[in-house]
Design a protein. Structure first.
Lengths: 161, 114
C-alpha cells in the first residue's frame, strides 16, 4: 500500500494539471528504508510530450545526489497520462528501473475527475496497490473528487475543495 | 588512485550489494570492461549488443553526461567519479521502445515477441 500525505498528493495533481496536455513527472523522496514519501520534487519532462516522459538527465543527477546526501531514496515516482487511464503502459513497464519505488500514475484526461493509481513494477511485472491519503481534511464544500482505481475494499475516497 | 563508480540499486546484484566500486581504464568502455571482470554481467546491463550505450541508461563523469563527451569513448582519469543512473522514463504511448531499459531488457524482449 502507498500511504501519502494529502498535501503532497495535491501538489502532484496540481503539477499534472498545470503541465496538461504534456505528461508531468516527478519524485517523492523519503528517508531510506522507511518507505514514507516526505519530500515532493517536481521534475522537468525533458521530452515535453503528451505521450512520453523522461527526467532531464542533469536534473536527475542533481536530485539523486541530493537524495544520497540526505540519506533518502525515491519512494514515489509519478507521471501523468493525459489522454488515457492511470495504468502503466507497455513503455512504463519496460522502462521501470526502480523496483523499490511506488509508481504513481495520475490521469488528467477528465478535466473534473483526477484518477490516481499506484503500482509496483518489478522486472516489467505490474502489481497494483491501494492508495491511502493521510492527513486529509475533509471539506464539506468539496467540488473535486479523486478516483482511485482499486477494488471496493481498498478504495479511499477523498473530497476536497 | 582509481575511478570511483556509483552503482544504482537495480545493478547492485552484480556488485554484491555495493553502492560504490572502483575500477580503472582510459575510457568509459575500458572502465566497464575492467569492472565486468570483477562484477560479471554489469557491462551487459549498460551496453547493447551492437556496442553502444543503452538508450535508457545515464552515465556521468563527475558532473557531465557522457553522451556529450563521446559516450563509451569518453575519457576518464584516476580520481574521477562515474555515476550510473537508470533513466526515469515512460509514458502513455504503448509502443515498443528500442533498446529496452536498464535491467528489464529481457522482460521487454519477451513482451515484444508476444
Amino acid at each position: 500500500m502507498l500511504a501519502i500525505d494529502a498535501a503532497i498528493l495535491d501538489a502532484i495533481v496540481a503539477h499534472a494539471r498545470r503541465d496538461h496536455p504534456d505528461e508531468a513527472c516527478g519524485v517523492v523522496a523519503g528517508p531510506a528504508g522507511e518507505g514514507e514519501p516526505t519530500r515532493h520534487i517536481p521534475m522537468a519532462n525533458a521530452e515535453r510530450s503528451s505521450t512520453f516522459y523522461r527526467f532531464d538527465a542533469m536534473e536527475q543527477l542533481r536530485v539523486w545526489r541530493e537524495m544520497d546526501d540526505l540519506d533518502e531514496e525515491p519512494v514515489v515516482i509519478y507521471h501523468s497520462h493525459t489522454a488515457t487511464e492511470a495504468y502503466p503502459s507497455r513503455t512504463d513497464r519496460n522502462l521501470a528501473a526502480e523496483p523499490g519505488a511506488h509508481y504513481l500514475l495520475v490521469s488528467t484526461r477528465d478535466p473534473e475527475i483526477t484518477e490516481i493509481r499506484s503500482f509496483r513494477i518489478v522486472d516489467g511485472a505490474v502489481t497494483e496497490e491501494p492508495v491511502q491519503v493521510v492527513n486529509a481534511t475533509v471539506d464539506s464544500m468539496a467540488v473535486q473528487s479523486y478516483m482511485f482505481g482499486q477494488s471496493p475494499a481498498a478504495v479511499d475516497y477523498e473530497c476536497r475543495a | 588512485m582509481a575511478i570511483e563508480v556509483r552503482v544504482p540499486t537495480i545493478l547492485r546484484t552484480h556488485t554484491n550489494g555495493q553502492k560504490v566500486v572502483e575500477g580503472a581504464g582510459d575510457t568509459i568502455a575500458d572502465l566497464l570492461g575492467d569492472l565486468d571482470a570483477r562484477h560479471p554481467g554489469l557491462r551487459a546491463r549498460l551496453v547493447t549488443d551492437d556496442g553502444s550505450l543503452h538508450r535508457f541508461v545515464n552515465v556521468y563523469i563527475n558532473d557531465e553526461d557522457v553522451r556529450f563527451l563521446g559516450a563509451l569513448d569518453a575519457k576518464v582519469s584516476d580520481g574521477d567519479t562515474v555515476t550510473i543512473l537508470p533513466a526515469v522514463a515512460g509514458g502513455a504511448l504503448g509502443v515498443a521502445v528500442a533498446g529496452g531499459a536498464l535491467g528489464v531488457v529481457a522482460a521487454a524482449a519477451v513482451l515484444t515477441r508476444r
